[in-house]
Design a protein around this ligand. Structure first.
Ligand code: PLP
Length: 398
């Protein structure tokens, strides 16, 4: 008899996006004349930067020649990409060793896989509202989860509470879904709390490239002492349009050590290397060459042009909400706009209203946690034309 993991029975069905798709399909069928504008998607729409495409084409050609063909690569990524990332981090003041960087097929996989390193008796602290992957991957392990509430009272940036005991802390900045970003002073408090609790922070920096305010930290490792208490997860998905190409990286500092329940001290860097070399066979060479190109000066220029396009979309949406006096977060250092539903509407009520009255699709905030009720997420990833059209509809009807 094979027993299956009972924790899967506890998981809630992730019906958020399927429910959205279902409602939109019904509406489209009954309103064939309406041009539906989709501001719900969390996927990029602009193509890869030309330098990335060229680098990958070159790598494909290399793979077709005996002398330059490559088979299995290093599980933790090629040196050329490590070097590019060491330089990228150095440019915002973080000094990393190559061996601290692990190339992955994206931040989502690593968010789930990193849970391998920790004992199931750990108490997990997650924000609410939250990127659902943090929650579900820990429910799959049967771990105890404690929520920290985000609300306008803390600008959707929950801060540590000394009376709450936590072992693993998830932070995401700039945040999905709220778009809110922690300041340096706030991250310092988190680092101090984690060190005092002997906890580990799993810091999701998937949206760091959207930060334009130079005072905001782009990495938790810009905070002193973070290398002794944090792991950083990062992704090229939104930074460089790699959602379909798949590449990310996780930084596990050499200084980061914790004990087993029987008192043995282990290096998390060594554990992660062991885990990756056992369960992962690396990211394709071709993709890593494309990723390397992202971090060249020309790659950065081209990728930042795309980010500027999305950020202008966010600005247009934000300006329309400002005119209407609607409270929102994000939209500045983030592709997400987290708006309060007008007239005390609930998230799904506002979803129906927006779809039926304006033909606009967004994402109900309640799908990201109980604190998301009454809130709504719009994204800046649509085309400029679609975003402008949505903004006009907001102006007329909201
Ligand atoms: N972390 C956050 C906060 C995200 O919003 C996403 C994607 O939407 C990811 C991680 C996953 O990124 P990737 O495409 O690298 O798996």
């Amino acid at each position: 008899m094979a027993w299956v993991n009972e924790n899967y029975a506890v998981l809630q069905d992730s019906y958020l996006f399927s429910q959205v798709a279902h409602k939109v399909a019904d509406y489209a069928a009954s309103h064939p004349e309406t041009k539906i504008i989709r501001l719900g998607i969390g996927d990029v729409t602009l193509p890869l930067a030309p330098v990335v495409v060229e680098a990958m084409q070159k790598a494909v050609a290399e793979m077709g020649v005996k002398e330059s063909f490559r088979g299995y690569g290093p599980e933790q990524g090629y040196d050329f990409l490590h070097k590019a990332l060491v330089k990228y981090y150095a440019d915002f003041g973080v000094s990393l060793e190559s061996s601290e960087i692990f190339i992955s097929d994206g931040a989502k996989s690593d968010c789930g896989n990193i849970t391998d390193l920790f004992d199931d008796a750990n108490v997990i602290l997650v924000p609410d509202p939250v990127y659902p992957v943090y929650l579900d991957t820990n429910i799959m392990r049967g771990r105890q989860i404690v929520f920290m509430q985000g609300s306008p009272d803390n600008d959707f940036l929950p801060m540590p509470d000394a009376s709450v005991k936590a072992d693993i802390i998830y932070l995401c900045s700039p945040n999905n879904p709220t778009g809110a970003a922690y300041s340096r002073a706030q991250l310092k408090e988190w680092v101090a709390y984690a060190r005092q609790q002997d906890a580990v922070i799993l810091y999701d920096a998937a949206y760091e490239a959207f930060i334009e305010d130079p005072s905001l930290p782009r990495s938790i490792f810009t905070i002193e002492g973070a290398k002794e208490c944090a792991i950083e997860l990062c992704s090229l998905s939104k930074t460089a349009g790699f959602t379909g190409t798949r590449c990310g990286y996780t930084v596990v500092p050499l200084e980061l050590k914790r004990k087993t329940r029987t008192g043995k001290e282990l290096s998390l860097n060594k554990m992660w290397l062991r885990r990756q070399t056992t369960k992962f066979n690396g990211v394709p060479y071709i993709v890593q060459r494309g990723a390397e190109a992202v971090f060249t000066p020309e790659g950065q220029r081209q990728c930042r042009e795309n980010l500027a396009y999305y950020k202008e979309n966010a600005r247009l949406i934000g300006a329309a909400l400002d005119e209407k006096g609607i409270l929102y977060y994000g939209g500045k250092n983030s592709p997400y706009i987290w708006m309060q539903c007008p007239d005390n509407m609930k998230s799904w009520e506002f979803f129906d209203y927006l779809l039926e009255k304006l033909g606009i699709v967004g994402t109900p905030g309640s799908g990201f946690g109980t604190m998301g009720e009454g809130w709504f997420r719009l994204t800046a990833f649509a085309s400029r034309e679609a975003t402008q059209e949505a903004v006009e509809r907001f102006r007329k009807c909201l």
